[in-house]
Design a binder for this molecule. Sequence first.
Ligand SMILES: *Cc1c(COP(=O)(O)O)cnc(C)c1O
Length: 368
Amino acid sequence: MAYKIPFVNAARNYQLIKNEIDQAYFEVMTKGDLIMRGQLKSFEENLAKFVGTKYAVGLNSGYDALHMSLRAAGIGAGDEVIVPAHTFVASCSAIVNVGATPVLVDVAKDFNIDVDLIEPAITEKTKAIMVVHLSGHMADMTRVMNIAGKHNLVVVEDACQSLGATLNGKGAGSWGLTGCWSFYPFKILGCYGDGGAITTNDPDVALYAQRMRYNGEDRDTGEYHGHGFTCLLDNMQAAFLDIKLRHMPEWIVRRKQIAQMYRDALSDIADLLLPHYDDPRFFDVYQNYTLRSKQGNDFSEHMKSNGVEVLTQFRKPYYKHEGLNLKDTGFPETEALSREVCSLPMNVEITDDEIDYVIKVARSFYEK
Ligand SMILES: *Cc1c(COP(=O)(O)O)cnc(C)c1O
């Protein structure tokens, strides 16, 4: 079904920056610069600067970034890694795929890991905490880093949904051993296929990722430094991302403006819980505008049947999928929010009139 208001509009987004993108395409194609050329290097430098780290290493996806980070930290069989029960499945799969055991922890009202539940989940086998900054709002890294320091744990930040978010002025992805990024098309910074990166201040981790993304090879000497992977960020995608990264500051302003429009128009509805936290330490970027409706599916179906494409991630928590073989030890907050979540259209290509329409449809559900 074609929605009157799609969740995102990739074709319209392209029109916003068509001249720059087309120029980059012709430059890359004319010179045949496909693998690890200047565009990748430039994007890595600019991404590191944007996040506030010394290094960034371009990879093929957010999943690869998570996987590479755990490998770089030497995490594997026999180790436990703490991960939130409410996140995209890749956060957990990366842990399983290095041979470690994920230990799931419930989330709090802000959709991020409930920091109070981290210490009770730590055992002698715990090696790391995989923190996820969901929907453009950071987890409380001040407290997470304190706990990690006290127990000598590695912190990997799954920052795939929070490029540009900060806590006390310090960027998501600059706190832990690595920050992990996804440039999947519909992320806040999206390319035109798969893409990802890690950011880090650790030169050994950066070097490890630079080699392992290219089958373990040191490109200067030809020496293989380990059994690696094929998970390099394409030079063409890097060229596009470098352009989009320059637009991020203005795009974040626009996202915050849209979030404010939703807030102004919907905050009087008692059955809607809106994603605003009013904690001045946090700078949120609204990768998603995920609200909770007491009416769950009735509300989200009403939006869809009136032409507004909404996402309901995730009605079924990942640990409930049988094929993943995970233990459901009871996560009440994740259960509750899973029934209620509904993400409204949030992107930089949407018009004010379209936002007004989304608001009108949402209000009409409660006014009938
Ligand atoms: C998108 C996403 C990922 C995975 O990114 P891919 O590039 O699709 O592999 C991981 N974690 C979170 C929280 C994400 O939103």
